[in-house]
Write a protein that binds this ligand. Sequence first.
Ligand SMILES: Cc1cc2nc3c(=O)[nH]c(=O)nc-3n(C[C@H](O)[C@H](O)[C@H](O)COP(=O)(O)OP(=O)(O)OC[C@H]3O[C@@H](n4cnc5c(N)ncnc54)[C@H](O)[C@@H]3O)c2cc1C
Length: 388
Amino acid sequence: MSEPSPDNLAGLREHVRAWSEELGPITPRLERDPSSVADYLGSAAFRAQARMAVPPEYRLPPQGPDEDLVPGHTTAVHRVVMAEEMAAVDPAILLAAPGASMAGGIVEVMADDEQRQRFFRRVQEYPTWTFFALTEPAHGSDAMGVESTLAPAGGGDFELSGAKRYVGNAARARLGVVIARTRPGPLGIAAALVDTGDPGFTATPLPTLGMRGNQVCAVEMDRVRVRAEDVLGRHLPASRRGIWSALRFLDGFRPGVAAMAVGIARAAHTYLTQHREELPVDSTERVRAMGRRVDAARLMALDAARAYDADREDAGHRASAAKYRACRLAEEATAEALVLLGPGARIDHPALDRYARDARAVEFMEGTRNVHRLNVFQGVVRGRLSAA
Ligand SMILES: Cc1cc2nc3c(=O)[nH]c(=O)nc-3n(C[C@H](O)[C@H](O)[C@H](O)COP(=O)(O)OP(=O)(O)OC[C@H]3O[C@@H](n4cnc5c(N)ncnc54)[C@H](O)[C@@H]3O)c2cc1C
């Protein structure tokens, strides 16, 4: 895949920054009531995001002038730029948006042409939210432990049963992708397209403190019918059908999650620079150092995205390194900002309080720091990453 040119990236950054700032005033409402996103769906930010998540060959003609901001294929580098800019205002602008999102990512990697046509046609019936369900009540970091079952139900069809947790947007989604088990062992994990209107599917929003715009849900599936043609990867060899593809596609989204953490840290840093007069006199160098760490974490997220776009074998390890570094920074920067602003900062500075809560949540999205540390270690041991 060709590298987006620096000019394109600068233009994209500028555009997304402008949209995000325009949506800034709605973010306290989104945080109180994630369903209020429905009142803002006409905004360019939401419409263009939905369009960018559809591969160009499946896109319908644009409805408005700014919708084709990225006319070609949206790369991991594009996602990094967008995620940072949106998260610097509020990650909810990204996470509450309708569109193909992560489900679209796995459909791109695993679906055949007929499945892609169907999925992306439905996603373009704006607004259509989607979800991607991997995590279970007893299995988060150990994705291989998936217990939900996709069992034969006659006529080539299947029945999906089990429970999923912390699934973003599931309660407002019309369709999504669920990871489930067809048989024991690593090759027995499959991905299926699921229609949330089908009998046996329920999604209930969970009470959360951070990333509230994402409206994470508990999902219960009680013998949900899955047609044979809705099981992804029919055309792929068995080794590429299940968890391998799921993990591979996550490598492409993870730099974007790292960029979200960069955006949160940047927001905390910017907040401090705007409230200089309230900071201790000896804090100048600490604030500057925070700014330098934000710049370094951004470079790591971009580097990981480039590795993924170039299909390099170190992409997953670099994505882990970027996410590890950025999430640590987001938590440390927001905590430091609260300390610098003194006792009562969480009450007196509600925006900063939200950044700190969102920083804790982004730590869990697409794998925690401990898991990524293990993956970086594997990269070093296998000679794919330098230990320097
Ligand atoms: C805002 C948000 C949105 C999310 N969206 C989705 C979504 O759309 N779809 C979805 O499927 N999931 C989603 N998740 C779930 C997320 O992927 C999981 O929370 C994450 O994978 C961790 O799993 P867990 O919560 O079960 O924690 P656990 O796996 O139980 O981990 C708990 C703690 O144990 C540590 N730990 C676990 N294993 C090891 C190990 N081997 N070595 C060292 N330490 C270890 C972890 O680092 C962590 O600190 C979302 C989560 C959040 C917070």
